[in-house]
Design a binder for this molecule. Structure first.
Ligand SMILES: Nc1ncnc2c1ncn2[C@@H]1O[C@H](COP(=O)(O)OP(=O)(O)OP(=O)(O)O)[C@@H](O)[C@H]1O
Ligand SMILES: CC(=O)N[C@H]1[C@@H]2OC[C@@H](O2)[C@@H](O)[C@@H]1O[C@H](C)C(=O)O
Length: 399
C-alpha cells in the first residue's frame, strides 16, 4: 500500500488530529494560519485553537497577485507561474510559523489550504448561457505538501460547485458544527472583503441553515482608499469616513443592482463590487465631485445597509444575536452604522464562542478537512441544493 495513503488512514483513525487551516482572502492582507486540534466530528466536533498568526503580505507580493486578481483579462503565463509560486510561498510561511511556535512539522497531521481566489464567477454574475457557476483558487496543494512534508487538502470549492452550490460561502458547514446553539438564533456575520452571514436557527433545524454573501464588506472601501491615498491600504479606524457625510443618492445608486434582490444563498466578489461599479454609480447620480471623505462615508453606509437589509429580509420578526468576525469588525463607523440600522441588536464576536474572530475563516478550512477525513455527510435537507452534502478538498501527499 502507498505509505502516504496508509498515513492518511492512520490520521483518520486518530483520537486527536492536529490540523493547520489556511485562509488568504479577497483583502490580500496576508495568510491566516490557524493551528487547531480536533477531536470528534460532526456535531460532536471539539476544536482547540493552539496557535494563530496572520502572516502579512508585503507590497511586492500584493502587486503580483493584483495583476491577476478578479480581472477578466490577464496574462495567462502569470497565472500559471503564480499557481506554483503561491503554493511554495504559503508553504514557506507555514514553515516559518511552525518554527516560531516551536512545533515540529511531524506533529501536524494535515494542512487545509484555501488558496488564493483569483476569480469568482457565479452564473448569476457572468450570465453566459450554458456556462456553469465557477470559481478559481490558486496556490497548488502539491507544492505545500512537498515543501512542508505535511499531507495537504486544498481546492475545497470545486466539489461544492460540482454538487450544486456556487463554491461559496463554505462557512455554513463550519459555523453549523462549531457554533450552533439550541434555543438561540445566531447570525455568524463575517465582514471580510465581501460580507457574508450564516443563519443558525435555535431550533437546530438543518433545513433552515444557510450561508450567503450579502455584498461588499471592505472591498470597495479598500479599493477606493488605495486609489485616493496611495500610502494607505484601508481606512484604519474609519479615520477618513468619519470626516465625511454619506450621500443618500449615491447610496441608493450603489444598492441598485439585481444582486441585492436575488434570493439566498448567493455569492459575489470584487469582480462586481469594484471601482468601475462605484464610478458608474457616481456618474449616474452626478456625484463625481464628492470629497474622498464623503465617498468613504457613503461606501461605509452602503456596506452596512447591504448587510442589514439582508439580515432583516431573513429574520423578520425573529430574535437573534450577531457574532462578528473578519477585519470589518474593527471599522468603528461600519459597526455604528450596523447597530443603528438594526435598532441596536446585540452584537458580540466569535471570541465569546472560543474562536478568535481573526482566525475564524482559517479554522473553517481546518474543520472542513477534519470532516473530509472522519466525518459523515451532513444532510441539510432536500430543499437545500445549494448547501450540498459533500466532503471537500483534494488530497496532496508529500511524496
Ligand atoms: N482597524 C481597522 N479599521 C478599519 N478597517 C479595518 C481595520 N482592521 C482591518 N480592517 C479591514 O479588514 C480588512 C481585512 O479583513 P479580512 O482579513 O477579514 O479580509 P479577508 O479575509 O481578506 O476577506 P474575505 O473574507 O472577503 O476573503 C482590511 O482590508 C480592512 O478593510
Ligand atoms: C470565492 C471566495 O473566495 N469567496 C470568499 C470571499 O470571502 C468572503 C466571501 O467572499 C465568501 O463567500 C468566501 O469565503 C468564505 C471563507 C466562505 O466560503 O465562507
Amino acid at each position: 500500500m502507498n505509505a502516504g495513503l496508509k498515513q492518511l488512514f492512520n490520521i483518520a483513525n486518530k483520537e486527536t488530529r492536529t490540523i493547520i487551516g489556511l485562509m488568504s482572502g479577497t483583502s490580500l492582507d496576508g495568510l491566516d494560519i490557524a493551528l487547531c486540534e480536533f477531536t470528534g466530528h460532526g456535531t460532536q466536533t471539539r476544536m482547540k485553537l493552539r496557535e494563530f498568526a496572520t502572516m502579512p503580505y508585503d507590497a511586492a507580493f500584493k502587486l503580483e497577485v493584483k495583476a491577476i486578481f478578479s480581472k477578466r483579462r490577464v496574462d495567462l503565463e502569470k497565472v500559471c507561474l503564480m499557481n506554483a509560486y503561491i503554493g511554495t510561498f504559503h508553504a514557506n510561511l507555514i514553515n516559518e510559523c511552525l518554527q516560531k511556535w516551536n512545533v515540529n512539522p511531524s506533529e501536524v497531521d494535515i494542512i487545509a489550504s484555501h488558496g488564493q481566489t483569483i476569480y469568482h464567477a457565479p452564473a448569476s454574475l457572468h450570465g453566459i448561457d450554458g456556462m456553469p457557476d465557477a470559481t478559481l483558487q490558486i496556490g497548488d496543494g502539491d507544492h505545500i505538501a512537498v515543501k512542508t512534508g505535511i499531507v495537504t487538502l486544498s481546492d475545497f470549492r470545486q466539489k461544492h460547485i460540482a454538487a450544486g452550490g456556487e463554491g461559496a460561502p463554505l462557512a455554513v458547514y463550519g459555523d453549523y458544527l462549531l457554533f450552533s446553539k439550541k434555543d438561540q438564533n445566531r447570525i455568524m456575520l463575517n465582514i471580510g472583503g465581501i460580507a457574508n452571514f450564516t443563519f443558525l436557527p435555535g431550533d437546530l433545524n438543518t433545513s433552515r441553515i444557510f450561508s450567503t454573501d450579502v455584498g461588499p464588506g471592505n472591498t470597495l472601501m479598500d479599493a477606493y482608499v488605495q486609489s485616493k491615498f496611495p500610502d494607505k491600504y484601508f481606512d484604519a479606524d474609519s479615520e477618513i469616513a468619519l470626516k465625511g457625510t454619506y450621500n443618500t443618492k449615491l447610496v441608493s445608486a450603489l444598492l441598485n443592482h439585481p444582486f441585492f434582490d436575488q434570493d439566498f444563498p448567493k455569492t459575489t466578489g470584487p469582480e462586481l463590487f469594484n471601482l468601475a461599479y462605484l464610478e458608474q454609480a457616481q456618474k449616474s447620480t452626478d456625484t463625481t465631485q464628492l470629497s474622498p471623505e464623503d465617498v468613504m462615508a457613503t461606501l461605509n453606509r452602503f456596506s452596512a445597509i447591504g448587510i442589514c437589509d439582508a439580515l432583516s429580509k431573513n429574520l423578520e420578526g425573529e430574535q437573534f444575536e450577531i457574532f462578528l468576525s473578519g477585519g470589518g469588525m474593527y471599522n468603528p463607523l461600519l459597526i455604528r452604522n450596523i447597530k443603528e440600522l438594526t435598532n441596536n441588536v446585540t452584537i458580540r464576536d466569535t471570541a465569546e464562542l472560543g474562536v478568535s474572530p481573526d482566525a475564524k475563516e482559517a479554522v473553517l478550512f481546518a474543520t472542513l478537512a477534519n470532516e473530509s477525513l472522519v466525518g459523515e455527510l451532513i444532510d441539510f435537507g432536500p430543499g437545500q441544493t445549494r448547501v450540498p452534502s459533500v466532503h471537500m478538498g483534494k488530497i496532496s501527499l508529500p511524496t
